[in-house]
Design a protein around this ligand. Structure first.
Ligand SMILES: Nc1ncnc2c1ncn2[C@@H]1O[C@H](COP(=O)(O)OP(=O)(O)O)[C@@H](O)[C@H]1O
Ligand SMILES: [Mg+2]
Length: 283
């Protein structure tokens, strides 16, 4: 069954409004994009490619001048601002947190969104358990690790039941272990039905079957599964490499194996996928 359409952008271009900062410069250009319920979308792009602008547009917070059509909901209601704005988890683990404990933070988020008093406690606890912070509800925020802070911020977003979870480079300030943990937690949320937009500059964070939107200079230059990112390409160069991304280890190893006649399909992107593909090769 086709999943419900949450958002559709038709030929959307975005310009800065501020007179001070590069007025008239396009931050996004000619964006055509549909997002359906339950999708996982990895938004990939170098610094300045427009990833955060796209997130803000999807969140309905945009001090921008917009042209084109932004349609929301199943019936395609035309709108130039997305109602029921989805909250964004930002890069910096302290950016979105205002409470002194994870529990207080999520409760404040729910209060700000006008949830009825009698629902708040249950919703807050449920969201915190869902991200794996059930044992740390009342721990002081400053004693949490960066990864735990990001999970608290994610719980705050989840609790208000947004149409999608927007994460703008949520692992950029985390070490490898914390990054992997946060990513695996969000993957689990996705498996339970949450629509996820995961913004990153790191190809290692992609799964082969993710839908990848690659942004370059404010344009979507690639909208395909991740396993196509480092294969083919008209000039003999894959789209990923054409736009400056170094093939991750999984891809490099898969290419080596391909040279020896062992073809892994779909092409693995990360180490975990490579290990799985090798283990199940030929079976
Ligand atoms: N409010 C703004 N006014 C003017 N220029 C902006 C504004 N926000 C971002 N930009 C510029 O737009 C481009 C895209 O920015 P951004 O969406 O933050 O990219 P990314 O998140 O991929 O690094 C950058 O060149 C940035 O400097
Ligand atoms: Mg950004």
């Amino acid at each position: 069954m086709t999943q419900q359409l949450l958002v559709e952008l038709q030929d959307v271009s975005v310009k800065a409004k501020s007179r001070q900062v590069s007025e008239g410069v396009f931050l996004l250009q000619c964006i055509d994009l549909s997002i359906r319920q339950g999708e996982w979308i990895s938004v990939l792009g170098m610094n300045g490619s427009g990833k955060s602008t796209l997130c803000k547009l999807l969140a309905g917070i945009h001090p921008f001048e917009i042209s084109g059509a932004v349609l929301v909901g199943a019936e395609g209601k035309r709108s130039d601002i997305l109602p029921g704005a989805a909250p964004i988890v930002m890069q910096h683990p302290d950016a979105g947190l205002i409470g002194s404990t994870p529990w207080e933070d999520v409760v404040l988020m729910l209060e700000r969104h006008g949830f009825p008093e009698k629902e708040i406690i249950n919703r807050a606890e449920e969201a915190l358990y869902e991200v794996g912070l059930g044992e740390r509800l009342h721990q002081k925020i400053e004693t949490l690790s960066g990864g735990q802070k990001q999970l608290a911020a994610i719980a705050g977003c989840l609790a208000v039941a947004p149409s999608m979870l927007l994460l703008d480079e949520p692992t950029a300030m985390l070490d490898a272990e914390a990054s992997a943990y946060v990513l695996s937690r969000v993957r689990r949320l996705h498996e339970s039905g949450v629509t996820v937009v995961w913004v990153t500059q790191l190809v290692e964070e992609l799964n082969a079957l993710d839908r990848v939107l690659l942004l370059d200079k404010g344009r979507i230059v690639f909208d395909e599964p991740a396993h196509h990112l480092f294969s083919g390409g008209e000039s003999g160069q894959s789209p990923g490499e054409h736009y400056g991304f170094v093939p991750p280890y999984g891809v490099q190893a898969a290419r080596e194996l391909m040279n020896r006649g062992i073809v892994l399909k779909p092409m693995p992107i990360n180490r975990r996928e490579l290990e799985q593909a090798v283990k199940h090769y030929g079976s």
